[in-house]
Design a binder for this molecule. Structure first.
Ligand code: S3P
Length: 459
């Protein structure tokens, strides 16, 4: 499906972005591992997170979806706003050690593919396979297979690197693991395995990565300690890298969890407001966990008028309102220390850089090559096709900002973040952008076009 996004006059108004994809995946998995019933409020109803509900059902969890959580939003709908937008889901868990053998279709969900094997590896009887769509079949899983083997499970994958992934559960023993790549998915996988292992498992990150799993497992009663592992790369805006210690558990219990709005989805609308003259957008109910919001530091450094006010908490996750207004931008440099905190927003950094004065260079971001598409290639080719002066490097990209972007056509390569990047590029461009394969946006942000429309025509 192709959709065209014309140059916009201004985006104005406020809205609540859809529920967080990362936290929704984790909520469903941790609920399935639980001993009782968990009520998940504001679960993301999108392609990726539906795959996770189907997966936990196949493993024996009882999943009861309920209608959209219209009542969860206590403020009346306002112009350009909508209720929280997620769904209520009730999950009766199977318990830590009783997952049923199954073949699991993860669809396009890399987070499900990489996190779930940690739980399955520790089941003492049974075999599981995980497979997904064409894009999933190109995403490396050796990063989880290898440490899970070290813990005692039998894990095999195609060419020893790619899905399908087969797991034969076993009694696990703890390991002391230093992540070779800064990946929250791998860290999370090993923390789940650690719950089922003999002894204390430690996972050390080379750079800080999102810590939603740690927060949620603690809330569910896991015994987990987080230590500072030093900051190997001293870069402005970076957080200290961490070592997480997790003890084996008998049971997990999470009565209820509320998923905050997704910062990564909100980021598209915030950047649109920064790039389109005359814009001012307020985004409410957004998760502002410090391990997710690296983009805010980068945009602020570039000169963007973007404010955050913490307003509430969703369980152990901080929530706030972001206000973004049109601004003149300058180029900047982004290195490895900031990359994991901004990993899904780097395509937006590339777009913002096109509108900045001067050069922007992103390095230390080789991981972008292993996302839903090779995001160094797809972002560089996509934006260049719209008139940008952008070059790929081995581990990032370099942009020569010209203050504007012509427009044209952009192919999403089936990648949801490319679809929304093309849309925002269109709003900020001189000629508009036709986004080919726009349906990919459904993976994380159903209703994206309607939200953009609401901000273009505030009541
Ligand atoms: C995610 C972690 C990141 C991110 C992905 C979601 C998660 O991946 O890019 O969209 O939910 O843990 P990596 O762990 O591969 O960096």
């Amino acid at each position: 499906m192709d959709e065209t996004f014309k140059p916009a006059d201004a985006l104005r108004g406020r809205l609540t972005p859809p529920p967080d994809k990362s936290i929704s995946h984790r909520a469903a998995i941790v609920a399935a591992m639980g001993a009782g019933e968990t009520a998940i409020h504001n679960y993301l109803d999108a392609a990726d997170t539906r795959s996770t509900l189907a997966a936990i059902s196949a493993l024996g969890a009882d999943v009861q979806p309920a209608p959209p959580s219209r009542t969860a939003d206590t403020t009346p709908p306002v112009a350009g706003n909508r209720p929280l937008g997620g769904v209520e889901v009730r999950v009766r868990g199977v318990g830590l050690r009783a997952a049923r053998p199954a073949s699991i279709d993860v669809g396009n969900a890399g987070t499900l593919l990489r996190i779930l094997p940690g739980w399955l590896a520790g089941q003492e009887a049974g075999e599981w396979t995980l497979d997904g769509d064409e894009s999933i079949r190109g995403r490396p899983v050796d990063r989880v297979a290898q440490p899970l083997r070290e813990m005692g499970a039998t894990v095999t994958c195609r060419d020893d690197r790619l899905p399908p992934l087969a797991v034969v559960g076993a009694p696990l023993h703890a390991i002391d693991y230093r992540l070779p790549v800064a990946s929250a998915q791998v860290k999370s996988c090993l923390l789940l395995a650690g719950l089922l292992a003999q002894g204390e498992t430690t996972v050390t990150e080379p750079q800080p990565t999102r810590d939603h799993t740690e927060r949620m497992l603690r809330a569910a009663g896991a015994n987990l300690a987080i230590e500072d592992a030093g900051t190997p790369i001293a870069i402005r805006g970076s957080l200290p890298a961490r070592r997480v210690r997790i003890a084996p558990a008998e049971r997990l219990e999470l009565d209820a969890i509320t998923v905050p709005g997704d910062f990564s989805s909100a980021a598209f609308l915030a950047v649109a407001a920064v790039l389109v003259p005359g814009s001012r957008v307020e985004l409410e109910g957004v998760g502002i966990n410090p391990t997710r919001v690296g983009l805010l530091g980068i945009l602020t450094r570039m000169g963007a008028a973007i404010d955050v006010v913490e307003t509430a908490a969703a369980g152990s996750e901080p929530v706030g309102t972001l206000t973004a207004s049109h601004s003149r931008l300058e180029g900047t440099r982004i290195g490895a220390g900031e990359v994991p905190l901004t990993i899904d927003e780097l395509p937006l950094v590339a777009l913002a850089a096109c509108f900045a004065e001067g050069d922007t260079v992103v390095s230390g971001a080789e991981e972008l090559r292993h996302k839903e598409s090779d995001r160094i290639a797809t972002v560089v080719d996509g934006l260049r096709g719209l008139g940008a002066e952008i070059e790929a490097t081995d581990d990032g990209f370099a942009v020569k900002g010209s203050g504007s972007l012509r427009g044209g056509a952009l192919d999403t390569a089936g990648d949801h973040r490319l679809a929304m990047l093309g849309a925002i590029a269109g709003l900020a461009s001189s000629d508009g952008v036709e986004v080919n394969g726009f349906e990919a946006a459904e993976v994380s942000y159903p209703g994206f076009s309607a939200d953009v429309e609401a901000l273009l025509r505030p009541a």
